[in-house]
Design a protein around this ligand. Structure first.
Ligand SMILES: Cc1cc2nc3c(=O)[nH]c(=O)nc-3n(C[C@H](O)[C@H](O)[C@H](O)COP(=O)(O)O)c2cc1C
Length: 371
């Protein structure tokens, strides 16, 4: 069995490797009539791209999208939408040293064990290059969700190493600030500290982990499929499919463990819920509150510091990874996390419409005031 398709009704299949000729996706089930042009993908792809700042991998890809099918006169037709991006800046010689060696912490050993063969160039299919197509597919999903429901999906870097945003408790996120720096960091004054940390890590040949938070606003109540397709389970699965993600939290997440019931429950008034520890999901169904999800990303495994490993011949060896790598994979993960949240919501919207489209708005409906 293989698993390269995501979603049931808005089904996105991705293909391609880091250093192959191209990467691409086919979206089956895309609603007809969505206005889309190749240049519409540029903004989000550029947010995800490497080589845009000194703080990420220096691979420079143009990420130009070719629409191969499913769009006529600028609108989706309901037939499969096929998108292609050609790889133009692969440097496979960087991987010659590790072609026979398993990097500790990377997917080299497990791909070898599963398939008995692997493409070591740039991490092959396990490279975060694959996530480019998720971001591209989500451009269409984000547009539809915005037009149909006014839904917005925004993320930010919520921790890098041990640095947390210096925000007063309860303060909102200023997305103009988030978009004004290459870290997607919500506090401009802390950006030099982040730069200093990345510089120090690079000098030490090491890497660090990160946390990304995403909020989806405007999601109507009622989406999600109890019990095996609970909305929170769908988010967990989708976000865990992102490379290097080792943890997912919904709402208060693991902090719920030390909360009391009186604190955790989100009390209800007609004009809104009093808090949002549930992260906008109750019983696997959206409540109409903001959806709040967080991911923990592990430190990059390809680092210059020597480490112990084994090679394909069965020798114990020392490995140092050269080449162009992200010192903190979380720095570029914000648009990818947003994309997975948008793809889940798009699929759930269509699934809800299929089963419950006739139910309509049920009274009473709690307002959107958030305290
Ligand atoms: C945006 C992003 C960029 C990444 N860049 C690198 C990288 O430069 N070098 C690396 O070794 N891993 C990188 N990774 C992580 C690997 O792709 C990932 O650790 C590997 O596929 C093993 O999968 P796992 O960590 O999910 O177990 C990146 C991940 C993301 C999300």
């Amino acid at each position: 069995m293989s698993s390269n398709t995501f979603g049931k009704l808005f089904a996105v299949t991705t293909f391609g490797e880091s250093h192959g000729p191209a990467i691409g996706c086919v979206i089956d089930g895309c609603p007809p009539g969505i206005t889309i042009a190749p240049e519409d993908f540029a903004h989000d792809l550029s947010r995800r791209a490497t080589g845009k700042s000194r703080w990420t991998s220096q691979r420079r890809e143009a990420d130009v999208v070719e629409i191969l099918s499913g769009v006529y006169q600028g609108k989706t037709t309901g037939t499969p939408v096929a998108l292609l991006i050609r790889n133009t800046d692969a440097r496979s010689r960087d991987y010659a040293d590790i072609a026979e060696t398993f990097r500790p912490g990377h997917a080299d050993y497990t791909y070898w064990q599963k398939y008995g063969i692997r493409d070591p160039r740039g991490g092959g299919r396990a490279s975060a290059r694959e996530t480019t197509m998720r971001v591209a597919a989500a451009v269409i999903a984000k547009r539809w969700l915005k037009e149909k429901f006014g839904i917005g999906v925004r993320g930010w870097l919520a921790q890098m190493d041990d640095i947390a945003p210096d925000l007063p408790a309860g303060a909102g996120i200023d997305f103009d600030v988030v978009e004004s720096n290459p870290f997607f960091w919500p506090v401009a004054a802390q950006v030099p500290e982040l730069e200093g940390r990345v510089n120090a890590l690079r000098k030490a040949g090491d890497s660090c982990g990160a946390r990304v938070d995403v909020v989806a606003t405007g999601v109507p109540p009622g989406w999600g499929e109890p019990v095996y397709g609970k909305l929170d389970a769908e988010f967990a699965s989708a976000l865990m499919s992102i490379n290097a993600v080792k943890g997912v939290e919904i709402g208060a997440g693991f902090a719920s463990v030390s909360q009391k019931g009186s604190e955790h429950r989100d009390e209800m008034r007609l004009d809104g819920f009093a808090s949002n520890h549930a992260g906008g999901i109750l019983g696997g169904i959206s409540s109409g509150q903001d959806i709040l999800v967080s991911i923990a990303l592990k430190p990059t495994s390809s680092i210059m510091l020597p480490g112990r490993s084994v090679n394909t011949a069965g020798d114990e060896v020392e490995v140092r990874t050269k080449g162009r790598h992200d010192p903190c994979v979380g720095i570029r993960a914000t648009p990818i996390a947003e994309a997975m949240v948008a793809l889940v919501l798009m699929d759930q919207a269509l699934r809800h419409r299929a089963q419950c489209g006739d139910v309509g708005e049920v009274k009473p409906r709690i307002g959107r005031r958030q305290s």
